[in-house]
Each structure stands twice: as C-alpha cells, then as structure tokens.
Design a protein around this ligand. Structure first.
Ligand code: ZN
Length: 205
C-alpha cells in the first residue's frame, strides 16, 4: 500500500515536472480586469495642464502629462508591457518585485530636457553639467523627457524602468550603469533596453 502511494507520488511528480506551465509575464497585467478604473481617466486636450492620467492594466500607476501628445495612455501601457516581457525573459521576477514596482509608479513626462550638475553615462563615467533626458527620482517616481520625434522608443522611458526595477530590488538604482562604483546594472540590462526599444519601434510608438 505504502509502496503504491510512493509510486503514485513519483509518477505525479515526474508528470508535473514534465508539464510545460505558464509562470508569469506581461500577460499577467492584461488578465486582470481593470476596465472600470481606466475608462474614466483620459487626457482632455482643452483642459488645463499638467494632467494626471491612470495607465491601463497597471493598478496604481499614473502619468503626469504636459499635453495630450505625451503620451496617449495606451502607448505608455504598451511600452510598460514590452519592458516587463523582456525583464521576465532576461531576469525572471519570481517574487514579483518588478511587477509590483510597475503597479505603483508615477511617471512625469517633460517637454524640455534638464540640466544636472553631474550624471553618469552608460560606461560609468561621470559627466559634469550634463544634459539629462530621464531621472529615476525614487522607488516610485520617474521623470522622462518626451523623446525625439514624440516617440517613447526615442525617449529614456525603458532605461528609467530598469533603474526603477533595480532600485526596488536592491535599494538603489545603480546610477553609474555598467560602471564599477555601484552594482546592479550589467551589459544584459543595456541589451534589454535596446531590444525593448526596437520592439517599440516595430509598434510605431
Ligand atoms: Zn541611467
């Protein structure tokens, strides 16, 4: 009897291990029904600016927009789904830290670039009096310049989402990227950014 039970358990274990199962990914955001909350939230071209708009499919994520071109909320949402797709492909997200960080984000879009006393380039070199096109200001807030040609793919949006993910995972966003001063950002993160941006280009956004 006990032997039969052990055998049954083993068969079950082997069977389950061989079953391909869906784990998690960008589709998790889509499968949660949030139609009610985001139907009411849209950009009013005639209204005063800035306006705060809820991002479809993301629980408590908002964008503050300086006008309705930057950006239609469905475009921002799609860019975030593309980011999360690549993040889970590259690094996984077993404890949903990255998913949760995307669920409570405040994105501020800007029409003008900013100046910063110091910033780091991708190789980790410090640049003084740099022109800045994106900032991760806390675990839950980013500022992003609108990008070239009014395209999210030509902005630093995906780049800032990597900083947000790292900041929520490690307590800091690794401001010097691939440089050695801070840890977190690797060449794989740089590759993720360029692949995700390429995908956004194929969507025309
Ligand atoms: Zn950066």
């Amino acid at each position: 009897m006990i032997k039969a039970r052990i055998l049954a358990l083993l068969v079950c274990a082997v069977f389950c291990l061989s079953c391909p199962s869906y784990r998690y990914g960008a589709m998790d955001f889509i499968s949660e029904n949030r139609n009610k909350i985001y139907k009411k939230s849209f950009c009013e071209a005639s209204g005063p600016f800035p306006q705060m708009i809820l991002i479809p499919f993301f629980k408590e994520t908002f964008q503050i927009v300086p006008d309705c071109r930057v950006y239609p909320k469905n475009q921002t949402s799609l860019a975030m789904l593309v980011f999360y797709h690549y993040w889970t492909e590259y690094f996984g997200d077993d404890d949903f830290v990255v998913k949760n960080s995307l669920e409570s984000l405040m994105i501020t879009w800007g029409l003008n670039k900013k100046r910063s006393k110091k910033a780091y380039n991708l190789d980790g070199e410090m640049i003084e009096h740099a022109t800045v096109i994106g900032l991760t200001t806390s675990k839950t807030t980013i500022w992003v310049w609108r990008g070239y040609d009014f395209k999210i793919s030509e902005s630093s949006f995906i780049h800032e989402l990597v900083h947000v993910a790292l900041r929520n995972m490690n307590g800091h966003g690794d401001r010097d990227h691939e440089g050695a001063k801070y840890s977190g950002w690797t060449p794989a993160h740089t590759k993720l950014v360029s692949e995700a941006k390429e995908t956004l280009r194929s969507f025309g956004i």
